[in-house]
Write a protein that binds this ligand. Structure first.
Ligand SMILES: Cc1cc2nc3c(=O)[nH]c(=O)nc-3n(C[C@H](O)[C@H](O)[C@H](O)COP(=O)(O)O)c2cc1C
Length: 185
């Protein structure tokens, strides 16, 4: 696919099913992620790839967190959190491993991981897969990261739900760049 078309036509998908990318394809996807801009080459991004039984583990983490931390959580809400990881056959948990650096603050390291996330979305699109980036209460959440066994400096910045798009694909909105661009010349 033409590189510009890949960017212009990328479309997040809410309904995702099998197949998910193969191990070999994911190797390429992670190489693309690791080409994200990265101040001082700190390599701040980490990726937890969740499939199969791992989705049950993620579901249990979400439910246990909700039971212990949300007052009077309803059975409907618990069911929603329990089923959340199964909205796709693969979930990539996007993590920033924050390190102390005199010139690179935490926000820049998280921004680098965000661009790694976009590179993942674009690489998946180029390989004819689809994905959607979600956050919600389980991102930027220290208790959830602890339950995942992450260190204190490792922040969950998002969840990429990955698979093959099924059902209707939404129209990509036509935006006029002149509404967003100011020129100084
Ligand atoms: C940091 C970040 C967090 C997001 N969190 C959610 C979310 O929790 N739930 C959701 O439905 N969409 C979320 N989105 C938006 C979707 O990923 C997606 O961009 C949106 O549905 C628009 O589709 P498009 O990417 O095809 O334009 C998030 C996007 C970003 C960048």
């Amino acid at each position: 696919m033409d590189a510009l078309d890949n960017i212009l036509l990328r479309n997040s998908a809410r309904s995702l099913t099998l197949p998910h990318p193969t191990e070999e394809e994911m190797e390429t996807v992670y190489k693309a992620a690791l080409r994200a801009p990265d101040h001082a080459w700190l390599r701040p991004s980490r990726f937890i790839q969740v499939t199969g039984e791992g989705l049950n583990k993620l579901s249990e983490i979400f439910v246990e967190y909700a039971k212990e931390n949300i007052d009077d959580v309803s059975p409907e809400t618990l069911e929603k959190y329990k089923s959340a990881p199964f909205r796709a056959p693969m979930v990539i948990i996007l993590v920033t491993n924050v390190t102390e650096h005199p010139k690179v603050p935490e926000i820049e390291q998280m921004l680098s991981s965000a661009t790694a996330g976009q590179n993942i979305l674009l690489a998946l699109n180029a390989l004819n897969y689809s994905a959607i980036w979600r956050t919600g209460i389980f991102a930027f959440n220290e208790m959830v990261s602890q339950r995942m066994g992450l260190e204190e400096n490792q922040k969950i910045i998002g969840y990429l739900y990955v698979g093959t798009s099924e059902g209707k694909v939404k129209n990509i909105p036509e935006l006029d760049p002149s509404d967003y661009v100011t020129e100084w010349s």
